[in-house]
Design a protein around this ligand. Structure first.
Ligand code: NDP
Length: 313
């Protein structure tokens, strides 16, 4: 079998980072190909209204924003493939990669595979996802107007989401697995000062109750070992961090202890020439659609310049 065509720019991921990288690469005539991944459109596809993406005066729904972005990219001739990268071989250049359906070769690779919210891994929690269990307060908080809800986590996300959810809920129970919060001091102060938030130290969720939707949670006190069913809880929000979708790449690229790919300061280049990373797979801190799009732009410009340095394309 002959070797597959050698692509100039292969982009893995189709959230704001991947699509912006594609937009810039396509307009530079690099004919990029985008492997859309397991969640085409990325995390915004599970968001409702996006009010902080500039250019949308009255806000826009997450899925609609991604649809418009994709159409804009398609205008310039980007190829989209509904497939994901499963493995890479960066030991020789052009680089080789494997997807679920085949193999390919590329001069430059832009990794924009994003991150996924972590769940506790309880069977009923996964079954009731979208039916009272959520990892996105901004997406789903609205549905719990006047009800009691629980948030799990002790970091800045948990603190922020607990505060946000008090706009809707009658009461927010924050379940923290240790006796302290990891969140920054200012966020801690806000949580502790909010009369609608009750913090339960050394507590965790042992199970989620309900058939079709959440009808309560089984809570464990980690100090006494006691378990109790809290049937007044109608919504469970997980804010226990995110996992970067970097698994196929970590054997070859520098990454931190959590798997976030490491890029050069102020740039998107990784430790391997011609391999770039943008968006949430390399950003553990900002995680905004607009910052992902910004780094996607940087990745495409850096790839273009790098290709020029290799004698053009
Ligand atoms: P973090 O990793 O900072 O915190 C995760 C929290 O979840 C920790 O308190 C951790 O507990 C807890 N946790 C993890 N696994 C479990 C589990 N299985 N059961 C119960 N609890 C669990 O993630 P965040 O998403 O909060 O924040 C990520 C980054 O984004 C941070 O750098 C943060 O500062 C930043 N951020 C900043 C914001 C802001 O500045 N406004 C807002 C949101 C995020 P433990 O402490 O015991 O490990």
């Amino acid at each position: 079998m002959s070797d597959p065509r050698i692509e100039n720019v292969v982009i893995f991921g189709s959230g704001p980072a991947g699509l912006t990288a594609a937009l810039y690469a396509a307009r530079a005539n690099l004919e990029p190909i985008v492997y859309e991944g397991v969640e085409p459109g990325g995390q915004l596809m599970t968001t409702t209204e996006v009010e902080n993406f500039p250019g949308h005066e009255n806000g826009i729904m997450g899925p609609e924003l991604m649809e418009v972005m994709k159409k804009q990219v398609e205008r310039f001739g980007t190829r989209f493939v509904l497939d994901e990268c499963t493995a890479v071989d960066f030991s020789q250049w052009p680089y080789r990669f494997t997807t679920s359906q085949g193999q390919g070769q590329a001069r430059t690779i832009i990794i924009a595979t994003g991150a996924s919210a972590r769940y506790l891994g309880l069977p009923n929690e996964l079954r009731l996802r979208g039916h009272g269990v959520s990892a996105c307060a901004t997406c789903d908080g609205f549905f719990f107007r006047g009800q009691e809800i629980a948030v799990v986590g002790g970091g800045d996300s948990a603190a922020e989401e607990a505060g946000f959810l008090t706009r809707f809920a009658s009461k927010v129970h924050l379940l923290v697995r240790r006796d302290k919060l990891r969140a920054s001091k200012i966020m801690q102060d806000r949580v502790l000062a909010n009369p609608k938030i009750q913090v339960h130290w050394n507590h965790g969720v042992a199970d989620v109750l309900g058939e079709k939707q959440v009808e309560g949670i089984r809570v464990q006190d980690y100090v006494t070992g006691q378990v109790a069913d809290w049937t007044q809880i109608k919504g469970l929000f997980l804010a226990i961090g995110h996992t970067p979708n970097s698994r196929p790449f970590v054997h070859a690229l520098d990454h931190d202890e959590q798997g976030y790919l490491v890029t050069a300061p102020g740039a998107t280049r990784t430790n391997l020439p011609g391999v770039f990373a943008c968006g949430d797979v390399q950003d553990r801190h900002w995680r905004q659609a607009i910052t992902a799009a910004g780094t996607g732009c940087m990745a495409a410009l850096e790839a273009e310049r790098w290709l020029e340095g290799q004698g053009g394309h």
